[in-house]
Every structure is written in structure tokens, then in C-alpha cells.
Design a protein around this ligand. Sequence first.
Ligand code: NAP
Length: 475
Amino acid sequence: MYEKITPPTVGDRITFQDGEPIVPDMPIVPFIRGDGTGVDIWPAAQKVFDAAVAKAYGDAKRIVWFKVYAGDEACDKYGQYQYLPEDTLQAIRDFGIAIKGPLTTPIGGGIRSLNVALRQINDLYACVRPCKYYAGTPSPHKTPEKLDVIVYRENTEDIYLGIEWREGSESGAKLIQYLNDTLIPGTPEHGKKQIRLDSGIGIKPISKTGSQRLVRRAMQHALRLPKDKQQVTLVHKGNIMKYTEGAFRDWGYELATSEFRSDCVTERESWVLSNKEADPNISVEDNARKIEPGYDALTPEKKAEICQEVEGILTAIWATHGHGQWKDKVMVNDRIADSIFQQIQTRPDEYSILATMNLNGDYLSDAAAAIVGGLGMGPGANIGDRCAIFEATHGTAPKHAGLDRINPGSVILSGVMMLEFMGWQEAADLIKTGLGAAISNREVTYDLARLMEPPVSPPLKCSEFADAIIKRFDG
Ligand code: NAP
């Protein structure tokens, strides 16, 4: 079945049903060790995963690891430019869940980025990045512990998809001409706008399908969180880009209030429902004043529109959401992208899951990671309906490779996400406890050691950090 790899002879496949994994007690999990410092962090991380699973479940559960190849290691095994062999893609499809270390971005050979290729080939449409603070981690913020968000970033479309034409190219010039001569004049709302002839052009497709499947995953995740964290915020620039970013917001609300109607409440609905007087039997206009600040100054048309909205809310969900029942539902709201960048800093504890399009999510996840102590500790996952890949978010840091000094925290935390996704919460919790205890006891690798006050000297090696985590599974 495979050209150069042989799957383990024991263990079973993870399969997917309705986008959720079905995990046997002895799942086979393919892993990509990673280039550069992958040689250091993967063995350290694997030791932590195995120890946590053994402590949590004894002999009842075990991960059977299956080594597959990508990046430089794949070229060594499969030949020049074979950065992403078919064997690896097939193994990920066959076994459902995989985990990877960092990969060098290939120079030559036609692949722009292995990570992007892996996501696109497997249609891993949700990039998930939790940003949570571990006590003791050096952070530039005064209260980093207040931020505990998970960014759900759409992975397959938006300007980031890379459909672009270079300035001066024949196709780019044709497209500009067609837009200037035909499409823009044919759309009255664009007025007399024209695109400069010396422009590069990028296309920003945002689809209803892509937006709604991302928001669906974010909602499903919210329902698994403790009650006080059950919130999904749709992040967008819909005030400027109505038909792409604004549509993402609208489709998000539409999905939430249809597929998850009994489990969710929108922020606007909660404003109506939280009005003590709210009741289908009393004045709709009084309720409308609650939902729309400055109601009395509005035009009659606008007032009528709002009254209709309020009446709709009361008719549709008063029975199921009224009398305070809405407080037990997943709150769905939206924020303009620039405002959420401020708010994760000024009011971090007001947010939980941030659902975003691709480009906004790229910026936002790194900004949130910086608040809780930087990218070195940031885990990530790319999830689709048939498979999922968990990964370290930093690069290969080649100058540290083979020195047993780099921080394995990012790949270890991506393993925590993997265990949680598999439903092996007990093992995940042991690792989180061990990691938190090691950091707060100042048992850290060089990168954290140099930022601590006072600096830790000497720092732990990569392998010693793994041992410290295991030693502190009980806190
Ligand atoms: P990088 O590998 O992330 O390293 C940049 C710096 O970040 C390192 O020199 C180190 O800083 C710090 N760092 C990274 N990982 C760390 C860890 N585990 N523990 C502590 N510190 C860590 O970025 P790069 O040098 O720009 O990229 C190198 C290669 O990785 C490129 O080929 C790039 O394309 C690729 N890359 C891959 C991924 C991925 O696979 N997900 C992501 C990004 C980049 P100090 O030296 O100051 O301590």
C-alpha cells in the first residue's frame, strides 16, 4: 500500500463520523518528526505523551506511533524535491489524526510551503490556535492570565489563498481592463472608481460554505467548554468589506441561529431578553429601545425595522430563551477586527472563541500568542471533516538543531490539543498540570530562562524539560 513506509502491525485506525473522530483504545498516529530542531523536540514530546497516557489509563489505552516523512528528512528518504511524499499524505488520510514538528520551507521544487500544502491537500479548513497563559511564563503583559482564547481561523480561502496577478503581467492587465471597462461601470454602487493600471491584483473569495463550516466547528467547540466560556465572537471588517467580511459575519449568525438555535443566543437577542419587562405581551417599542441605543432619534422606517426585529426575537425564542434561560446558551457576538485587537489587550477576559477568516486570524492568533508569552509555547491544529494535523507553530530554528536546548513546549501543547480532540482529556490534563508546575518552579529551557526575573541559570535542556513535566504530572 505504501512505497517506503510500513504501518505498525498492532493498533487501529481513527475514523471520522460527522466530522468528529472515533478513537479506538490503541490508535495508530502518524508523526512527522520535523526538520532542524525537530530532532530535539519530537523525542522529548513523545516521551511526555506516552508517560501521560500510561499514567492516565494504565494498560487500557496506548498510542501506537507511525513515523512518516516530510521536509528534508523526506528528501533524504524519497529523493530530491520529494518534500511531501504521497506515502505521507496517504498515511494521514488512512489514520485520521497526525502530529508534526516544524518543517523547512522548501527552496525550489515548486511547493510554496509544506504546511500550507498539507492543509490544502487534506482540506483542513479550521486552523485552531489556543492562547492560554501558564503561570510563570515571561509575558510583556501585566495580566496575561486574563487571556484564555481559542482562535478558529478559516484555512482555505480569503486573500491568503494566493490567487494573485503581478503588476505588469498579461493576465493582470487583462483583469484590470475588464474591471475598469465593464464590471465597475456596470455596478452603480462603485461609482466612478477605477483601478490604477500599475496595480498588482489579489482575489479575496469568501464563501458561505467555507464560512459556515468554520463557524460550525467553533460552535461545537464552545459547547464543550465550561459554561462561563461558552462564547463565539465572529471577527470581521464588515463595515468596510460588506460582501466578503460582512457576509462572513452574516453567514456565521445564520448558521448559529439555525443549526444551534436551541443552544445559542446572539448578543442582540440577549439585549432584548435581558430586559426585565421583555414579554410578547407588552410594548414592542419599549423592548426596541433596549436593543437600539438612540432609538427615539431614529427615522420612522428604522424604528419599524427594529420593532420588527424585536417582535421576531420575542416570538421565536421567548419560550425557550426568556426568563433568563438565555444565560445558559452559547453567546454569539461579533467584533470589528481592529477593535478585537484592542479588546484582547484591554478586556481579555471578555472573550473565549474567536472565529475569523484567514488573514485576520493570522494576525490575531500571533498577537494573542504574544500576550501569553510568545510563539515558542503556542500550539496549533488544522482540522477538517476527515482528518486533523496537530503541529508546533514555530519554525525549525536551525541554529539550535541537535543541541538539546530548544523549548519543546509548542509541540507538547499541540499534543495536548490532540489528546483533547481524541477525547483523552485525563492525559491532556496531566500534561497541562506538569507543564504549568515546571514553569512556575522555574524549571525551563533557555528561551524562558533568559526572560524570567531573575533569569534562571543554568536552564534545563530540552530533554530535561520533558522529564520535569513528567515528574510534575501531579502538580
Ligand atoms: P523559527 O524557526 O521559528 O526561529 C526563529 C527564532 O525563534 C529562533 O532562532 C529562536 O529564537 C525562536 N524559536 C523558535 N522555535 C523555538 C523553540 N521551540 N523554543 C525556543 N525558541 C524558539 O523561524 P525562522 O528562523 O524564520 O524559520 C526557520 C525555518 O522554519 C524556515 O525554513 C521557515 O520557513 C520554517 N518555518 C516553519 C514553520 C512550521 O513548520 N510551522 C513555521 C515558521 C517557519 P532565539 O534564537 O532568539 O532563541
